[in-house]
Design a protein. Structure first.
Length: 156
């Protein structure tokens, strides 16, 4: 990426508004091709997730290119692994502006999230991704994430 890329911690209402705006614009990327969903329901689900995240121990990381927001990542610190109840940092949501995709923004957000998680003493960093989202899965695999569990669904 030739432009100046910087990652900073979120600070205040403007960054929260940005998370809500870009998150709403990208929320349908979390819907599997297997499922049908009303757009309004997907937006409501995203709003519920954001409210949940902002009410917990978290960091919001903001990516900027040339000083303009290009993406975000929300990292939770107090959501243990659901099977072992072991400590972990959890990437609750990541989104990158369409014009900034495939330019290192997501990779930089993940690297900073990992640095924050290590700094907080988290032994793991985890996330969930829709099976259909091949670009995101590829990014996560390249960053060292491995599939630990798999949710399987059967349409009825």
């Amino acid at each position: 990426m030739s432009e100046a890329l910087a990652i900073r911690r979120g600070r205040g209402a403007a960054d929260r508004d940005y998370v809500r705006d870009l998150g709403k614009r990208s929320a349908t990327s979390s819907v599997s091709a297997m499922r049908t969903a009303r757009h309004a329901d997907v937006l409501l689900s995203f709003e519920r997730l954001v409210d949940f995240c902002f009410g917990r121990a978290h960091d919001v990381l903001i990516a900027e290119v040339e000083g303009e927001p290009a993406g975000f990542l929300v990292l939770l610190y107090d959501v243990p692994d659901e099977v072992t109840l072991g400590a972990q940092a959890f990437v609750a949501y990541t989104a990158v502006e369409p014009h900034a995709r495939r330019r290192g923004v997501g990779r930089a957000l993940l690297a900073e999230a990992e640095r924050c998680a290590r700094g907080a003493g988290s032994p793991y960093i985890s996330l969930m991704v829709t099976e259909d989202n091949v670009p995101a899965r590829t990014l996560y695999e390249q960053a060292g994430f491995a599939t630990e569990r798999r949710m399987m669904t059967k349409p009825l």
